[in-house]
Write a protein that binds this ligand. Sequence first.
Ligand SMILES: [Zn+2]
Length: 110
Amino acid sequence: MHVKKGDEVLVIAGKEKGKKGKISLAIPAKDRVVVEGLNKIKRHMRPRAIGQMGGIVEQDAPIHISNVMLVCPKCGRASRTGNRLIAAADSKGRARKVRFCKSCDANIDE
Ligand SMILES: [Zn+2]
């Protein structure tokens, strides 16, 4: 996945097109993400337990990751991302894969 929990994304397709939000949940198995406050759906709930209220509940519905673009935290543009290897990234000299912004070339992951 090119995006993950905590990323700010721009929605590029669907009814929320053009809006930005933060990913509150990533669902890698389904290639979907939930963006805070976007793609709300109304659920009509039936009271299931005694004392519990029924009614209409608003929830954020997952969006397919192909419909979102990462907003680069460095340059602020909705950007395509790539992966690259940082050689000897940790104290043990192991390489690590990080995402980078194709607009400004900054590494997105620390
Ligand atoms: Zn950038």
